[in-house]
Design a protein around this ligand. Structure first.
Ligand code: GLU
Length: 423
């Protein structure tokens, strides 16, 4: 379906993109307008000051947020991000994506996102711990194991969740592992949580390849970003027979038309920013990787990398979104006009929150699952979601993104209708 190309583009905020995607998808559904209007706004937004004593004894105050979008299907759920560009609007936009993500994969959570406006690479480990403990204290009344459950996101990790959980538990007077997910295993984390977003990107790439009747064996894939999502997606696809021909980090990309050994390239977690130090026939820029002639492009770094300026030059047969919000609304329209399918973030990287849900269940049941069980349940969740999205796409002749929104919105609207409006 061709739509009018819009002018605004590269400056899209996550919130602007999320609202435009919602409006576009809502136009294709019979979801009640009032429900759509409610879903354009977060139900709550908390802004806090987070004072931090630096290692030199000085005190600096950082800004923190937690946006709760919608909880009609269950507790708010979503990551905490430490990044200098965090804003209230970004948290709201990302919290909306979490609501759709949880609904598409049919887990009983709503959407939230939060963060602190800070460059985590400027913090010593001790400073990061103090900042996290104080942030946990500032948002303590807002979160809880049955109300709002944070998880890792950009700039935070399992250790950050451990500090958060400890700070929360100390004030509650009891250990509350269910207040966060993505914890280290030794304190109630799940097998497979770290790998899950990348693994789900790989599962969905394999399903899309099958759908388009192309073999995974020798499928040429380029992965932009070699952090937790990108490296795990690349390694899974490599293990399953695909040729990962290019990967990148902030310094640039390495390219080998015969396929790279993805296990030999260190991920950001293993050795930060080391991709271009690895042996490869060719080194290219981290923007040029987006325009390589490959079968599949996986943008798995940051938001807004596929824009009106480079979308016309993308040569991949299809795109699978590993990052949250890598494609601006204008780029999406260009891909639609050019017939380049884009498998959206709210489906592709939803494995992270799926395994967060498994972790939360394991805590409630006081029973830990094996790594094999986590992988099996993840595979089954992702494939059911993929089937639901395929059904919606074929029934309405819409893009993968609109189809995923249709699946999510209809589940959310049905829950809202069933519960009714209070009072
Ligand atoms: N931060 C991750 C995401 O964007 C996961 C959130 C979670 O597990 O709650 O999907």
């Amino acid at each position: 379906m061709a739509t009018q190309r819009t002018q605004t583009d590269d400056t899209s905020t996550a919130l602007a993109t999320a609202r435009r995607q919602l409006e576009r998808a809502a136009a294709e559904t019979d979801v009640n307008e009032q429900v759509v209007e409610r879903l354009k706004h977060p139900s709550k937004l908390l802004r806090v000051a987070v004072p931090l004593e630096r290692d030199d004894g000085s005190v600096e105050v950082f800004e923190g947020y937690r946006a709760q979008h919608d909880d009609v299907r269950g507790p708010y759920k979503g990551g905490l991000r430490y990044h200098p560009h965090v804003t209230a609007d970004e948290c709201i936009g990302l919290s909306m994506w979490m609501t759709w993500k949880c609904a598409v994969i049919d887990i009983p959570f709503g959407g939230a996102k939060g963060g602190v406006v800070v460059d985590p690479t400027d913090l010593s480990p001790e400073e990061k711990e103090r900042l996290t403990r104080r942030f946990a204290e500032e948002i303590r009344d807002f979160v809880g194991p049955t109300t709002d459950i944070p998880a890792p996101d950009m700039g935070t990790d399992a250790q950050t969740m451990a500090w958060f959980m400890d700070a929360y538990s100390m004030q509650e007077g009891e250990t509350v592992p269910g207040v966060v997910t993505g914890k280290p295993r030794v304190i109630g984390g799940s097998y497979g949580r770290e790998e899950a977003p990348g693994r789900s990107v790989a599962i969905v790439t394999r399903a899309a390849a099958e759908y388009y009747d192309v073999s995974l064996d020798g499928l040429r894939v380029a992965v932009q970003g070699y952090g937790s999502v990108g490296a795990n997606a690349a390694r899974c696809l490599d293990d399953w027979g695909a040729d990962v021909v290019a990967v990148s980090d902030v310094n640039g990309a390495i390219h080998d038309p015969d396929g790279l050994d993805t296990w030999a390239v260190p991920s950001h977690e293993e050795e930060p920013e080391a991709v271009t130090t690895c042996d490869a026939p060719e080194t290219i820029s981290s923007s040029a990787i987006l325009e390589l002639d490959v079968d599949v492009l996986v943008p798995a770094a940051v938001g807004n990398v596929l824009t009106a300026s480079n979308a016309p030059d993308v040569q991949a047969d299809f795109v699978v979104e590993g990052a949250n919000g890598p494609t601006t609304a204008a780029a999406d329209e260009i891909f639609d006009e050019r017939g380049v399918p884009v498998v959206p973030d709210i489906l592709a990287n939803a494995g992270g929150v799926a395994v967060s849900y498994f972790e939360w269940l394991q805590h409630i049941n006081r029973h830990s699952w094996s790594a094999e069980r986590v992988d099996e349940e993840l595979e089954s969740k992702m494939l059911s979601a993929w089937d639901a999205v395929v059904e919606a796409a074929e029934a309405r002749d819409v893009t993968w993104r609109v189809a995923a929104y249709i699946v999510a919105l209809s589940r959310i609207a049905e829950a809202k209708d069933t519960r009714g409006l209070w009072p």
